[in-house]
Design a protein around this ligand. Structure first.
Ligand code: MN
Length: 389
């Protein structure tokens, strides 16, 4: 049976996609950061930009902060500012990778004092969560080694586990720890949390509120990410996505740009495993940097890409698929999936937006609004906030 559009739209209405504060600031590669006019000079201006994405899409009501890039004197006041702008503060992202002290690692560093400094930062982030009302603390560690013998692989796991326990014990009853993994970079020989299995093992040891964050750019080429999603959801440990696209390494390009079929396959497994149900608590976050394209419309486009993949995945005729699978009809089963993927869902999404009082084309509407020209004219002087500041 064809899935009715009303059913798909109802599920889409409930989806929430979080945007990252760092997407609005200047970013680049290790070769060059290309400055763009109108980038935020303060965390408040980043929040203003995030509010634009929500205003035009209706599904991006929270913005993730990165500490210390988004450090504020008064986080309670910052939370109020966000509310007045039309959004809320979301996930707190810790940063233990930018100090000289962390050359040989943060929480896995051989030096106890440096490990303590890193842990203190993570605990500070939980204090901030208490004040912002954030649910999730996202941890990504750049820790690793470049050469065989540089440090003891197993001892580094022990140090990591010790720090994670200390952070987990500090969390409030409704707060979660999201552990992100990444195959390589900046470390090139070993990374201390290189894959979902390592992240999962640490989370199992910690408890139910320790969950894995799947950054779609953090795998080896050819990795079947939807399989990881299925396994983690089955185990009740998929906490969040960091969505982005990759062609080669950790490219942080717009989600759905490099491989929209992969994004569809991921969303199909999310839906199959109940991950779109609000009670499951899977957070859909963007983790992207717009190095050469305009940032706010880049975020709007990304949100729309996630919605399109979700809509297509919702269109999979589950009854027909199950029937084909049980009858061993491989081609029919594959056809059911591909029929959904090949459906043009853009008219449905345009209709959904119109029903919600939004413009059917959020990127075009943003461009017409003149916001980009206004910030380029007004945000002069000062230093851009965040990365590279
Ligand atoms: Mn990430």
């Amino acid at each position: 049976m064809v899935v009715p559009a009303a059913v798909v739209k109802e599920r889409l209405r409930g989806q929430r996609i979080e945007t990252p504060s760092w997407a609005y600031g200047n970013s680049g590669t290790r070769f060059k950061v290309f400055a763009q006019p109108g980038v935020p000079r303060t965390v408040e201006e980043k929040i203003d930009d995030a509010a634009q994405v929500h205003a035009f899409t209706g599904v991006a009501p929270t913005v993730a902060l990165h500490i210390p890039w988004d450090r504020a004197d008064d986080y309670g006041r910052l939370a109020k500012y966000a509310e007045s702008a039309g959004v809320r503060l979301g996930t707190i992202n810790a940063n233990v990778f930018q100090d000289d002290d962390y050359k040989l690692g943060s929480v896995t560093n051989p030096d106890r004092a440096i490990r303590r400094k890193a842990l203190d930062h993570l605990l500070d982030c939980v204090d901030i969560m208490d004040r912002t009302g954030s649910r999730d603390l996202k941890l990504w560690f750049a820790d690793g080694t470049n050469y065989p013998g540089q440090d003891d692989i197993r001892t580094r796991q022990d140090r990591l586990a010790e720090a994670l326990v200390a952070v987990y014990e500090r969390l409030g009853a409704h707060q979660r720890l999201l552990l992100e993994y990444k195959l390589f970079e900046p470390a090139f020989y070993t990374t201390d949390v290189p894959d979902w299995g390592t992240a999962y093992a640490h989370c199992l040891h910690l408890g139910d509120r320790a969950q894995v964050c799947v950054d779609t750019g953090h795998h080896a080429p050819g990795t079947n990410i939807e399989f990881i999603v299925a396994v983690l959801l089955r185990a009740g440990r998929l906490g969040a996505f960091d969505f982005n696209s990759r062609f080669y390494a950790d490219d942080d390009l717009m989600v759905g740009a490099a491989d929209p079929f992969q994004l569809f396959r991921i969303m199909a497994e999310v839906i199959r495993g109940g991950g779109l149900d609000p009670e499951t608590g899977v957070a859909f976050m963007l983790d992207q940097c717009h190095n050469v394209e305009a940032k706010i419309p880049g975020q709007i486009r990304s949100v729309c890409n996630v919605q399109e993949a979700t809509a297509k995945a919702l269109l999979i005729d589950r009854d027909a698929l199950t029937a084909a699978q049980y009858s061993g009809d491989v081609l029919a089963a594959h056809d059911v999936v591909m029929d959904a993927y090949h459906t043009d869902v853009r008219p449905m999404l345009a209709e959904l937006r119109a029903e919600q009082g939004l413009d059917p084309d959020p990127v075009a509407a943003y461009r017409r609004s003149g916001y980009g020209e206004r910030i380029a004219a007004n945000r002069v002087g000062g230093t851009q906030a965040g990365w590279g500041a």
